[in-house]
Structure formats: C-alpha cells, structure tokens
Ligand binder design. Structure first.
Ligand SMILES: Cc1cc2nc3c(=O)[nH]c(=O)nc-3n(C[C@H](O)[C@H](O)[C@H](O)COP(=O)(O)OP(=O)(O)OC[C@H]3O[C@@H](n4cnc5c(N)ncnc54)[C@H](O)[C@@H]3O)c2cc1C
Length: 471
C-alpha cells in the first residue's frame, strides 16, 4: 500500500509544481480535461491523464519536462491523436503533454525548398503553406486535417506517395527536440549534405516519443506536380502484379507516385458495402491502382497510356480503365480507400499494418490465409496495400472480440517467419509491443533499451511504448 500512497502524493506535487512553473492555464486538471486527451484513433484502452500540460514554446516544453523528471512523473506526448497504435493514449498515472498550442509555419525558403514549422502544426496546414508558395510537401494521408508534423515524424509516417518521395524520415532535414530532463537539442539543419558528426535528428524520427519531444522541424519541399494520370488494372496473379510494377518503374521512372494492390476479396467487399461500381467489366484475382505525377499533362498522359497499352498487349495486365477525368480518378481512389467505410461493418476487426519483402509477399498472404482459415473456418481476411513499399494491410475478423489475441499471434508469427516488419507505417505504440520480438532480434531490442536509458534514465517519457524498457 505504501508505495501507492507515496506515488499519489508525488503526482499531486508534480502537478502543483507544473502549475507554478507554467501557469494554471497551461496545465489542465480535473474537470478541465476533456475526453479527447483520453485515447488515440485506435479507440483502445481509453484512460484519462492525471493532468494535461499545454506548453506554448520550446522553453515551456523544457520547463515542463524538467519538473516531471525531477518528480519521476511519467509523461505521454500527444500530437493530433490520430495514431493507430495506442502510443499517445495515456497509461494509468501519466500526465499528457500536448503540442496543440505549438502550431505555425515559421519560415518557407523557396530557393532552398525548405519549410520550418512548429511540431503541433497539422499536416494539412503544412501542405497548404507549401501549395500557396507554389511548391509541394508530399507527405499525405487520410488523417491530414488532424495529425501533426511532430506526430508524423515521431511515427515516421508513410502514406500515399512513399514510392516517389519516401517516408517522413526522408522529408526531414532538421529538427529540435527536448530530452526527458529538459535539455533542448536544436538540430534545425537546412542542408541536404551535412556529415558533421552524428545525424542526431534520427534519434527522434520513428522513435514514437520515447527519446524526446519534437518541438520544431525543417521539412523538404519539392516543385509542384500539376499533371496526374491514374488507372485501375485487373491482373491474373500476384506474379503479374509484380511484373507490372517492374514494367511501370522502368517505363515511367520516378513519376510513378502510387502503386496500390487490392486482392479480390477486399475489392468485392468494398463495392458491396459502398455501392461503388467496378470500372472493369470482368472480375480479377487482383486489382492495381497506378498513378503518376508530373509537369505536363498531355505528354505524361501519352507516356502513361503507351506503357499500359504495351502491358496489355504483352498480357501482363488483363484489363485496364484509364481515368479520363478527375472524377474517374477519384472513383478509383474511393475503392482503394474503402477501408474507412468497411471497418465499421466488420466490427470487431483488426487492421494489420505490416511489411513483407516482395519476394515473400505472395507466400505470406497464402500462409496467413490458410492458418486463419484452419483456426477459424469462415473467417474474413481482406488484403490490400502499398505493395511497392512492401506494405500490406489485412482487415481480419471472426465477428468475435475474444478471437483477436489469437489472430494477432497467427499473423505476426507469419510476419516474423517471412522476415517482415510487424509495423510498416503506424508504429508499435502499446498495442503491438508484445509482438516486437517477431521483427527485432534480442540484440536490437537491447540496444533500444540502452539508448532509452542514456537519454531518459528515469524512464518518464512514453514509458511502455515500442518496447518494455526494463530488461
Ligand atoms: C484516417 C487515418 C488515416 C491514416 N493514414 C495513415 C497513413 O496513410 N500512413 C501513416 O503512416 N499513418 C496513417 N495514419 C496514422 C496516423 O495518422 C499517423 O501515425 C500520424 O503520423 C500520427 O500523428 P499525430 O500527430 O496524430 O500523432 P499522435 O497520434 O498524437 O501520436 C503518435 C505517436 O507519436 C508521439 N508523438 C506525437 N507528437 C510527438 C512529438 N511532437 N514529439 C515526440 N513524440 C510525439 C506520440 O507520443 C505517439 O507515440 C492514419 C490515421 C487515420 C486516423
């Protein structure tokens, strides 16, 4: 009993010290805390934080963390709360540190093609600022209106244009972060080349807030790409889908911006639930959505049509519908993005976000299908994904909540067996932590623990995310 009482007294002291340091308005407590701080988009394990600290500057983040570190007070970092891994959901006894007051574009350099922003800035605000300057910030995802640049970097987010521009990591030139003890590390590099010592920003990219709180970032911009060509193709086999990818890469080069594959069961279910019609007359084992982006519509379209025409003639694709308008392209994307519409119908459902090497992908899908069907005859497993990025999503349900843990074991064990990653773009958070060993060796996890210990010796920051810090 004693340790519990002691910890309650210390937590109250920590909140009082935070209010004294930052002012009461920056530290929400009791009834002032709304439910939006209780759970991320996964909806799992809802838990109210002890208090919510809302710093307005890097100095205030540093002051808040110094206080929490002194009291041994655990802190969960919160961006837009659109994460799907439970990472920003408070655990019992944690204070939430929200970046919601740290928003704004600080600087756009149209010659160097860089943009600096505060970490709490929503992704869409960054995209719009780049567009207004006649440029492009290519990171994009469905959560763009709510997710923040800090959250995108902390999760090393992927999204729709990874094949062309890479993941969030590839779009960050520099950043500023605050360590658990309040030390500010400013690495706001704006240059493409900088090999002067360790690239410290990488400590904070994709580490899900376990090593520091990102407060600002320098992002890469690109010339705007006004032309777009889109097609939906039917293919007879996974081997054909891979051959098509190869053909499109060699014919269209870096203009290829999306290569999305949908297995027939996913495609059919989306059509059934949404009422969308298939742009192709026949039914195929797999469907591929291909998109390119470029500078000159007529020339790009001619190249795109030629490449697809040749693929059709050499039987790599069985049929193709080429978008003739933005409306057609939107229709094709609505089918691909139908996951948002179908999951409420499938509830309770798990949507897996895994990576698998391309040469193992077909075998992985077939192994998972047969293992799931053996364990649960009649189970639904709908597969689709950013195949060119190695990234597959599987929406799986038996209709029973109680089967979920076994389903996770079945899927993640096969990800491990095929040398894949249990998290492709959504991160580990708390929800995938028990399965990390399927993708990372004991030596790798031990090194993660050593880094955590070095940067956050009292273990106050995002404890219990990614891995269990205690050996
Ligand atoms: C409709 C929808 C579509 C999505 N599509 C995609 C997609 O295509 N690709 C993809 O990758 N993800 C996708 N996601 C998941 C999610 O949007 C991303 O993970 C996003 O990057 C999270 O940003 P956030 O600001 O909401 O972070 P949060 O959910 O608030 O936090 C996520 C993690 O980052 C940490 N964190 C947040 N801010 C900071 C900071 N400033 N410093 C340190 N740590 C921090 C948190 O502690 C937590 O561990 C989607 C989500 C939704 C709801």
């Amino acid at each position: 009993m004693l340790p519990k009482n002691v910890s309650i007294v210390r937590m109250t002291d920590a909140i009082a010290a935070l209010r004294q340091k930052l002012g009461a308005a920056a530290v929400l407590y009791g009834d002032e805390i709304s439910v939006r701080y209780e759970v991320d988009y996964s909806g799992e394990n809802r838990c109210p934080p002890l208090a919510v600290v809302r710093p307005a500057s890097t100095d205030e983040v540093a002051a808040a963390l110094a206080v929490c570190n002194a009291y041994g007070q655990h802190v969960v970092v919160q961006g837009g709360m659109t994460g799907l891994a439970g990472g920003s959901t408070p655990r019992d006894g944690e204070i939430a540190l929200s970046l919601e007051r740290m928003t704004g574009i600080e600087d756009i350099d149209t010659a160097a093609l860089t943009l600096s922003a505060l970490a709490g800035t929503p992704l869409e605000v960054v995209q719009n600022a780049a567009r207004d300057a006649g440029l492009l910030f290519p990171l994009d995802m469905g959560a763009r209106g709510s997710c923040t640049i800090g959250g995108n970097i902390a999760t090393n987010a992927g999204g729709n244009e990874v094949i062309r521009f890479g993941v969030a990591r590839n779009l960050v030139l520099g950043l500023e972060a605050v360590l658990a003890d309040g030390t500010v590390v400013s690495s706001m590099n704006k240059m493409l080349k900088n090999n002067s010592g360790y690239d410290l920003k990488q400590l904070f990219v994709g580490t899900e807030g376990t090593l520091g709180v990102i407060t600002r970032a320098v992002l890469r911009l690109f010339p705007a790409l006004p032309s777009r060509c889109t097609a939906l193709c039917g293919v007879a086999s996974f081997a054909a889908a891979l051959e098509l990818l190869n053909t499109m890469q060699s014919r269209l080069g870096s203009s290829l911006s999306a290569y999305e594959v949908m297995w027939a069961a996913y495609f059919d279910y989306v059509l059934e639930v949404t009422g969308l019609r298939s742009p192709l007359e026949a039914r195929f084992p797999l469907y591929v959505l291909i998109e390119t982006e470029g500078f000159e519509q007529a020339a790009d379209q001619a190249q795109f049509d030629d490449a697809l025409g040749d693929a059709l003639e050499s039987d790599i694709i069985a049929d193709a519908a080429i978008a003739q308008s933005d409306k057609d392209a939107q229709h094709f994307w609505e089918i691909r993005d139908g996951i948002g519409e179908i999951t409420p119908r499938m509830y309770p459902v798990i949507v897996f976000d895994v990576s698998v090497p391309l040469d193992r992908m077909e075998a992985f899908v077939s192994d998972v299908d047969s293992a799931l069907a053996t364990a649960y005859p009649g189970i639904t497993n709908l597969v689709f994904g950013h195949v060119a990025d190695n990234n597959l999503h599987l929406a799986v349900t038996t209709g029973r909540e109680g089967d979920m843990a076994t389903i996770c074991e079945i899927v993640y064990a096969r990800v491990g067996a095929h040398h894949g990653a249990i998290a492709a773009e959504h991160g580990i958070g708390t929800l995938r932590l028990p399965y990390l060993h399927y993708s990372r060796t004991p030596a790798e996890i031990s090194l993660m623990r050593r880094l955590k210990k070095a940067l956050d010796p009292r273990g106050i920051l995002n404890a219990g995310r990614v891995f269990d810090a205690s050996p």
